[in-house]
Design a protein around this ligand. Sequence first.
Ligand code: HEM
Length: 320
Amino acid sequence: MAVLGISLIVASVVFVLLRPPQWLMLRWQGFGGIAAITDGKEKEKAADKNQRSRDGAEAGVELKGLSKTTSIATSSGTLKQRQPPPTIAPPVIVPPSIEEPESPSTPKAQAAKPLSGAIPSLSLSADSASSMMPPPPLPSPRLSNGRIPSLNQFPAPNSAQRARGPTPNRGPAASSSSSGLAPPPTLAAKPQKPSRQVVLTPGHSPLDWARISGPNADLRGVVASTPYLRVTPSMLKTQTGRKGKDAWMAINGKVYNVTPYARFHPGGVPELMRGAGRDGTKLFGEIHPWVNYETMLAACLVGLLVEESDGKENDMDQMD
Ligand code: HEM
């Protein structure tokens, strides 16, 4: 029984091989893998070419005319050989010199001749490169000074990330234009200028001044029982620190005796005396507006700066 079944299968296979049905032929044609052989001469020729095409298929040779209708010609009445479907060859470049004119009436399989055994390969010649992706753009032209322009500024000057309008003033460090981490400007910010401080004599440091000008200290230079005075500009003008008199200075409406503080002044005595006998509010604010003069000179407060007429009408002792 098994022998009978195997025999039937073998007979079927032999029959299909010898007389392949039409639908099977079309499918093979779709794969481009069958060629017709018309006579015995061509049969041998094709067999030889098939062998070479199988060898050359891996090398990228092309079978021409395979998409055209082919049939198994039986002009001689003999069963013709059928070549197996070749492997799908990768796209190759066929030089025009090996193209042969085809007759439209006699489609036939034709294996492309191998290029003298050489394996076709892609080349980067000018012709082939023209159909490829264009190369990346060349770098920007050099500047007049020969240097390649670079993005040393981020964001770029024309970037949308850059704020419009003039560059905001971020304090003294903004002039360097390289640091955006400068502290925000405040009224207490200290400008970056060369220091004009002087070397204080021993015993005249800020700590020494804080010690001697404590809460209970009285450094006004007047009789201890004297109340706060109403100081007119003419009175203030006489207190210049010369001719044995103390130096008074008005700052924001308050009059201080700055003589005790002079040798403790970090800016030096001459600088301090520039405001002696006058209203030094503007001068003081131009140099060091951050200095807490009210606390430092609390023990030196003489009185209040008043108008000239107020000083004449009222007695200085009546000042509160
Ligand atoms: C209005 C007259 C004054 C002038 C012309 C003057 C001038 C100066 C100058 C030039 C400096 C050095 C600034 C620097 O570091 O380069 C300085 C520092 C200083 N002055 Fe005056 N000063 C005056 C009044 C005062 C008064 C009344 C006080 C008292 C509260 C005072 C307290 C200080 C302090 C504490 C410093 C050190 C500031 C710091 O290190 O930041 N100055 N002054």
